[in-house]
Design a protein. Structure first.
Length: 135
């Protein structure tokens, strides 16, 4: 029977970590290549190019000016399309969830049907306070 020592434990850990890493790389390659493919009508229909249900708006709500519009570059995470929302000229970070609902940095644990609804909820939550930039 072989003796269990530090060297054999370390060898087993390194072998296991290498196996997991190489398996992850092999499985992750198609996903990485799919993310780089050019935008097509099929991608747009799947919601990967444009945000669904997000129309531009510009209004005064409870004395605060809220604006929002789709942006074609510089979106969150992947650098692709995104959506920009502003409260009194300061950007309110919003993000669309996988289920097409929206959240904001102010109401991060509450979901909304549209970016406009998220902006209105943020105005209510701010209670007149200025929106501070997110670093």
């Amino acid at each position: 029977m072989s003796e269990l020592n530090r060297r054999s434990v370390l060898r087993g850990a390194v072998t296991g970590a290498a196996a997991v890493t190489f398996t992850g790389l092999a499985l992750g390659l198609p996903v990485a290549l799919a993310a780089r493919r050019p935008a097509t009508d099929a991608n747009a229909a799947a919601g990967t190019v444009a945000h669904s249900g997000a129309e531009a708006f510009d209004e005064t709500y409870r004395g605060r000016r809220i604006q929002g519009a789709p942006r074609t570059v510089g979106g969150h995470h992947r650098g692709g399309p995104g959506y920009a929302v502003f409260v009194d000229g300061r950007e309110l970070h919003v993000m669309q969830n996988a289920d097409s609902s929206w959240i904001s940095v102010v109401n991060h644990y509450e979901t909304f049907a549209t970016p406009r609804a998220a902006a209105r909820a943020a105005v209510l939550e701010l209670q007149g306070a200025a929106l501070e930039p997110v670093l």
